[in-house]
Design a protein around this ligand. Structure first.
Ligand code: NAD
Length: 460
């Protein structure tokens, strides 16, 4: 793991002062993985559960650039739903916006966002800015591990040079580098951080071994040592891209099956009776990962002179799905000899995924914008959503309770929040709509004879 000792031009060094200088040049030892003080940079969906895990048996440092978020976290307030207020308040975390505090950490885990810009090109801004803060403040001997999802090569070719330049230190000599992709599945209450096998990769076998022991502090499900940092980066982005492609297949077939008079859900249920069929459903693909990460691979392909046609096509299919749902709604109105113009449409759900408060990059906004621009009045209800910003929603009314808003001409259920099942039963929806009102129910939440009897009901 360590670079070979330098010898003088005259052969092996003999005298004491030279020997002392040589000892100075020895790279610092890796920290003790069991007691190493951990800092997490970026306290969001990924960083928060991670830091709470590490803070269970040792003080940890939580650094974020968002001052308001740090103040809220200090008061036990957090919106991701990934940790409880009790967990947060009882965890031994020094919460800070001061990057100098990173100098107290033996290990720095980076969990900042990796979005795309408005042309769907990778935006490495947060990653590089975090790398600079780390480089300017980390101590000698620190281990820096990136967890953000990136295209292969980002950690070593983009982030490392920034850290080395900002610190004046050299990787493998003064500090160490690793990558361990985060695989948490927000809103999944059965598979938490400790239940998901974690991939680790260091810049050398010794760093990988260090990471195996470090992450064993928070992961019970086991660790997988990847062959290299690039392999670990590639593995994570493959997982998400594979998911995007598979959902795109279902989204592409959804209109075809519909024209054939069969339901995707029936087809998928039948196909699932074979052991090696993979169960994916059609739907709106949004959020910070599945709808974003493939663009990093498309961009990486381009840089290597390779066109990632299949990945790009899947993205296009999934980007089109919001429009297809509105076409379908128009068809249902048409069957009733009505148009979508001036109709009051209730849209249930605006987060990008079931039971998860995250609205970032939710395609429901795109769908509602289109619906509004086709002349409908759009009302959106989602008690799960935590919006720190709205993406689109040109004319949408965001409502607190559908029952207070009078009647609706149609309903679109974009996803199956458990709270809908608990608080908004079919009888209530029937009472809010005229007979034969179109209902699009993407998850089949309300599927029943009653629903088909009252609504012009459609589910994929
Ligand atoms: N959310 C998921 O389900 C999920 C799952 C696996 C992997 N990932 C990946 O993990 C990474 C983080 O995602 P997330 O969902 O936790 O994001 P998030 O937006 O919830 O949290 C990121 C945090 O980083 C902070 N931040 C931004 N720039 C910073 C900087 N320069 N220094 C310090 N803090 C900074 C933000 O203020 C924010 O609090 C992304 O690369 C994402 O693709 C996310």
């Amino acid at each position: 793991m360590y670079p070979r000792l330098k010898t003088s031009d005259n052969g092996p060094v003999q005298n004491t002062s030279n020997r002392l200088r040589l000892l100075d040049e020895l790279p610092p030892k890796l920290p003790d993985p069991v007691t190493a003080k951990v800092a997490v940079v970026g306290l969001g969906y990924v960083g928060l559960p991670l830091i709470c895990g590490f803070a269970e048996n040792a003080t940890a440092i939580g650094f974020d650039v968002n001052q308001a978020k740090i103040e809220e976290l200090k008061n036990g307030i957090e919106y991701t739903g990934e940790v409880t207020a009790t967990e947060l308040l009882s965890a031994d975390i020094d919460l800070t916006t001061n990057p100098a505090d990173l100098g107290n950490a033996d290990v720095i885990l980076v969990c900042v966002p990796t979005p795309v810009n408005n042309r769907n090109r990778p935006d490495y801004g947060a990653l590089l800015s975090a790398s600079r803060s780390i480089g300017q403040n980390m101590k000698k001997g620190a281990v820096v591990v990136f967890e953000s999802t990136v295209d292969p090569g980002t950690t070593e070719d983009r982030c490392l040079p920034v850290i080395e330049e900002a610190s004046g230190m050299q990787e493998g000599v003064d500090f160490y580098l690793g990558y361990s992709p985060e695989r948490v599945n927000p809103a999944d209450r059965t598979r938490k951080l400790s239940d998901i096998k974690k991939i680790v990769a260091g810049s050398s076998p010794a760093v990988t071994e260090f990471l195996m022991q470090l992450y064993a502090r928070v992961v019970d499900a086991g660790l997988y040592p990847a062959a290299s940092i690039k392999v670990a980066e590639a593995a994570k982005i493959l997982e998400n891209t594979q998911r995007d492609l598979n959902i795109a297949l279902m989204n592409q077939l959804m209109p075809l099956y519909d024209k054939m008079g069969i339901r995707s859900s029936d087809v998928i249920a039948a196909a699932s009776s074979k052991w090696n069929f993979h169960h994916y459903r059609p739907g709106l693909v949004g959020g910070h990962c599945i709808a974003v990460d493939p663009y990093y691979l498309i961009d990486a392909g381009r840089r290597h002179g390779l066109s990632m046609d299949l990945i790009a096509a899947a993205r296009e299919v999934n980007e089109f799905t919001p429009y297809y749902l509105i076409e379908k709604l128009e068809e249902l109105f048409d069957q009733n000899d009505q148009s979508i113009q001036n109709k009051r449409i209730l849209v249930l759900g605006r987060t990008f995924k079931e039971d998860c408060p995250d609205t970032r990059n939710s395609k429901t906004f795109k769908m509602m914008d289109y619906l509004w621009s086709r002349g409908a009045d759009v009302f959106n209800f989602d008690p799960v959503a935590e919006d720190d910003h709205f993406e689109g929603g040109r004319g949408t009314n965001f409502i607190g309770d559908p029952v207070d808003e009078g009647s609706f001409d149609a309903i679109i259920v974009t996803l199956g929040h458990a709270v809908f099942r608990e608080q908004l039963d079919l009888a209530t929806l029937i009472s809010l709509t005229p007979k034969q009102a179109p209902m699009i129910d993407m998850r089949g939440m309300y599927e029943s004879d009653y629903a088909s009897d009252h609504f012009n009901y459609w589910r994929p």
